[in-house]
Design a binder for this molecule. Structure first.
Ligand code: IPE
Ligand code: IPE
Ligand code: MG
Length: 257
């Protein structure tokens, strides 16, 4: 985008996106909702390219929630097929561009064929370093926290961990995306202002950005606007604005800038 100078922006390290609005996008065109999901796959490709080119480290896309199984059977089936085909079609290109692909969520619910495809994609790309693309599928924030708690309980049961050793850090280590920086920017398209059981723990201090644009229309300009908006925000993490400004000055002095 010509009006935004990316060199001057403070970029988020990790962007998470709730890709919402596919169904409405199709319905506005008199088509079936699934037509919108197919168009949404193109928007995914644009977003991944944008993130990679701008030097964002991690991009986490909400593709299918734990609750989305409750949708009509035919829509769920199209979404599963689409996930399979897109993975198959795109993984070589992603690998060529040094993108590491991870699928986060309860994968056991997927067909054996899809699980195999996911494993292959993850293995092929595991050493790539340009961008980590996390696809949240059959993912729910409550599921994530529950599975982490279960892991800690099992460690306690086996005597590997004492009850008093349980801390926020220990629980966080068991969550999906634990090895990546926490998302600093959450974008939701489609005009709704809710979190819909996405990364409940990990978004504790993320900046939220809501866009009215429906997901299939989310393009480079829309992504750039979200990043530019993020760049202007003051993140206080519970401190006062004065403390934050002082900390910035102190860092500049110690780093000799
Ligand atoms: C997001 O678009 C994609 C998925 C949840 C799989 P929707 O399908 O929720 O589209 P709307 O919100 O109904 O328009
Ligand atoms: C959130 O969108 C899930 C994904 C984008 C995959 P939904 O469309 O499922 O969320 P609600 O139902 O509007 O809260
Ligand atoms: Mg929706």
């Amino acid at each position: 985008m010509d009006t935004i100078d990316f060199e001057q922006l403070r970029l988020p390290k990790h962007v998470a996106i709730i890709m919402d609005g596919n169904g409405r996008w199709a319905q506005l065109r008199g088509k079936h909702r699934t037509f919108g999901h197919k168009a949404g796959a193109e928007a995914v490709r644009r977003a991944v390219t944008f993130a990679r080119q701008k030097g964002i480290q991690s991009l986490t896309l909400f593709a299918f929630s734990s609750e989305n199984w409750k949708r009509p059977e035919q829509e769920v089936s199209v979404l599963m097929d689409l996930f399979f085909t897109v993975l198959k079609r795109e993984v070589k290109k992603l690998h060529k561009h040094q993108v590491r692909v991870r699928v986060v969520g309860d994968k056991r619910a997927f067909s054996a064929k899809l699980q195999q495809r996911i494993n292959e994609a993850e293995q092929l790309t595991e050493n790539n370093t340009a961008l980590t693309l996390n696809i949240a599928a059959n993912y729910g924030g409550r599921w994530d926290i529950t599975q982490a708690a279960k892991q800690l309980a099992s460690d306690v049961q086996e005597g590997k961990l004492g009850l008093d050793d349980i801390s926020e850090d220990k629980l966080a280590e068991q969550l999906c995306l634990a090895e990546q920086p926490a998302p600093d920017l959450l974008i939701r398209t489609g005009g709704e202002h809710r979190v819909s059981n996405f990364l409940l723990w990990q978004l504790a201090y993320a900046e939220f950005y809501f866009a009215d644009v429906l997901w299939p229309d989310f393009d480079e300009q829309a992504f750039a606007r979200a990043v530019a908006d993020f760049s202007c925000r003051e993140r206080r993490f519970g401190l006062t604005s004065e403390q934050v400004q002082q900390a910035i000055l102190d860092t500049d002095v110690t780093s000799g800038e």
